[in-house]
Every structure is written in C-alpha cells, then in structure tokens.
Design a protein around this ligand. Structure first.
Ligand code: 1DX
Length: 185
C-alpha cells in the first residue's frame, strides 16, 4: 500500500502513545527505514506487520488497532489531507458510500499502483442499507467497521454497522448491514 497508509498509522500511534512507543513498534516489525514516503508503494506485509507489532506493544488485539485506525483514517488522515476529495463524495452516509468507487478512480488517475477496494450499496428502507465490500486484501473487516463508525460521526448520523456474512469460498465479498437514524432498532 502507499506509504500514506503506514504513515497514518504512525501518526495515530505517536499522537496517542509517543515517539518512543512507535520506535519499539517499528523495530518489532523489523522495518528498517525511519520514515515512510507517502507516494511510494510498500508491500502490504509492511502494514500488516506494523499492525501486529502495534497490537503486541500496546497490549490490544489487532482488530482493535484496525478499528481505531479506520476511524483515524476518516477523521484525521482523509479529512485533514484530502478534505475536498471527501466533500465531493457526498454529504450523507449512503451517498458517500455510493460514490466511494468513483473517488478511488479519481485518486488512481495520479496513483497508478493504487489497489482500492470496491463498495456496493443497496438501500433498504429509511436508515438502512446493505454494503458489499470487495477487497484485494484479507483481514480488514475491523478496519472497515472503523471507517463506517467514523463516517456516521462525520455526517452526524451515528451508525451501527454489523458484519452479516464474511467472504469465503462461495462469497467474494463481505456483507454489512448499516443502520442509522430512523433505521436504528
Ligand atoms: F469509507 O484494500 C472513506 O495503496 C472510506 O480493502 C474508505 O492500494 C474514505 F499517497 C493519496 C495517496 C498517495 C491519497 F498519494 C491514497 F498515493 C485514498 C486518500 C482514499 C483518501 C486504498 C489507501 C488503497 C491505499 C483499503 C484501506 C482497504 C478507503 C484504505 C480507505 C479516502 C484507502 O479513503 C482495502 C493502496 C489516498 C487516499 C482516501 C486506500 C490504497 C476509504 C476512504 N482505503 C494514496
């Protein structure tokens, strides 16, 4: 993944736990270079190793780290660095999700090595939708749950997202149910 992702994880850990903790995580993950270059491509294993090392060093589960990182990605990384890009994608949760693929296509115009996920939305009733998540990468459901949680916050529509069925041998995507506003039980 682009170095931007690894750097965002670094920013989250440094802001919450300090530079020394990050240095221990970096060493535990056996990542030699001291800084990430945002627009350079890194092997996905670097990101997975950093998440694993963070979990051990912070005594949390990898799932917790990924959830927090999903929230951080939306509320800090994307909002502070790519505000106009996000604003163009929409101002309600369902609209934003419907436009995510297009947003990634726009980023990919200048970042040819981007391997973005894909999202498909089926609107159900008021305040409810099904979300299909297609990804080249395994294990990122907790990250997506964090993204969705933060998007609910961004649009002032606190949102409950639940994984209905994970991808597997006979399903090429993860399926989520999202509820907000009038759709909350
Ligand atoms: F709900 O793969 C809201 O490297 C969402 O399954 C979801 O393949 C917002 F550094 C610049 C650059 C660069 C900008 F210049 C990325 F290159 C992209 C900024 C998207 C903001 C996808 C990051 C692929 C890297 C992927 C998890 C999980 C998508 C991360 C979240 C807005 C973004 O993002 C998976 C890669 C950007 C950039 C956004 C992503 C790669 C998302 C969201 N993805 C790189």
């Amino acid at each position: 993944m682009y170095g931007l992702v690894n750097r965002a994880l670094q920013d989250m850990v440094v802001e919450r736990h300090g530079q020394d903790t990050w240095e221990r995580i970096r060493q535990r993950a056996r990542f030699a270079e001291p800084v990430f270059v945002a627009m350079e491509g890194y092997d996905d294993s670097v990101t997975y190793d950093l998440v694993g090392a963070s979990a051990k060093e912070l005594d949390q589960s990898a799932e917790e780290i990924l959830f927090d990182f999903g929230r951080w990605w939306v509320l800090r990384t994307a909002d502070e660095g790519y505000g106009p890009l996000l604003q163009m994608a929409g101002d309600t949760l369902p609209t934003f999700l419907e436009n995510l693929d297009e947003m990634h296509s726009r980023v990919a115009l200048s970042m040819p090595h981007l391997r973005p996920p894909s999202f498909r939305v089926t609107r159900l009733g008021e305040g409810q939708l099904h979300l299909q998540y297609y990804s080249h990468r395994p294990g990122l459901v907790p990250f997506v749950l964090g993204l969705l949680d933060a998007l609910g916050e961004r649009f002032n529509t606190p949102t409950v997202a639940r994984l209905l069925s994970p991808r597997g041998p006979d399903q090429d995507h993860d399926l989520f149910l999202l509820r907000w506003g009038a759709g909350l039980p």
